[in-house]
Design a protein around this ligand. Sequence first.
Ligand SMILES: C[S@@+](CC[C@H](N)C(=O)[O-])C[C@H]1O[C@@H](n2cnc3c(N)ncnc32)[C@H](O)[C@@H]1O
Length: 318
Amino acid sequence: MAAAAPDEVEYGEVFTRRWVVETILDLVGYTANKDLTQMKLVEPSVGSGAFFVPVLERLLESAKVHGTELSALAGCLYGLDLQQEHVATCRKKSADMLQAAGARPAEARALSAGWLRHGDFLLDEVPTDVDFVIGNPPYIRTEDLDDETEAAYRKTWRTMRGRADIYVGFYERSLSMLASGGRVGFICADRWMRNAYGKHLRGLVTSRYAVESVWQMHDVDPFEAEVSAYPAITVLANSEQGSATFIVRADVQQGVAGGGPHAPAEVGQGVADPPGEHIVIAGQVARGDPVHRVRRVKMGGFAGVVRVQGRLRGLRGG
Ligand SMILES: C[S@@+](CC[C@H](N)C(=O)[O-])C[C@H]1O[C@@H](n2cnc3c(N)ncnc32)[C@H](O)[C@@H]1O
């Protein structure tokens, strides 16, 4: 693992690769064929816009398809970051994209300023009745926070107990914002599914929400920097628990993961861990299939995918 840069420690900063972002947007259903102009999406920690830019691309595409004026998009997006410079960067990118889509400069700046705010996702006001919360929350151990901030987080978010990382609070708050049927899609450490500090979050998820997908990515590098964070793409929903897809291993080559020239990709080996509990995909994926298409193309009716009913092992409340 490479040595962490100061912002990685202080702000939990690790940026997400584009293909991971597209995968998450597909999984939660934020797709341009829908009328996204009628939906609300929140990105709690925008960084330099790894999620926000593709999200805005999809929103603009959807607005075009559905004949919606850009001026009607004010309530569609909300992005936040603790670092003012990230907010400024994203506002600039957003305003440029809006102008390219036909907005006047003042209108583009006003929409972007309304969408993107400087603030603390765990303490500041955020929208409610949200359809999507997506992103890559910061990884900051509570012992790396100042005492006052740590106390404020713990007081507000009851799942942040023990040695919890702040991403636990990000899950709790994100779930609390969802409209009925709304979804949270994160690329994030999956340690909360097993560790003692995740107990209260597991309890919350299994008692009130549904797990839709967990795609472990321990063997893949979803981030721009090298980190050993045990990441997983996780999609949770404000709905009844139905079937869920749990991919515990995707042996995806870096060439594919990096979105570069595609190496032969093999997804899964029918890994059962332990047998019958989890599981996966078997079979070859065609050379050149981007990873997110693998899911779309294969997961639905593909015989190698076992859908797990009900609660997932590792996500019981205790
Ligand atoms: C892991 S990075 C992810 C950035 C971006 N979403 C991406 O995927 O590339 C986390 C970001 O969280 C921000 N951050 C840290 N603590 C925060 C908080 N309490 N509220 C909002 N943003 C925060 C950091 O400044 C950093 O930009």
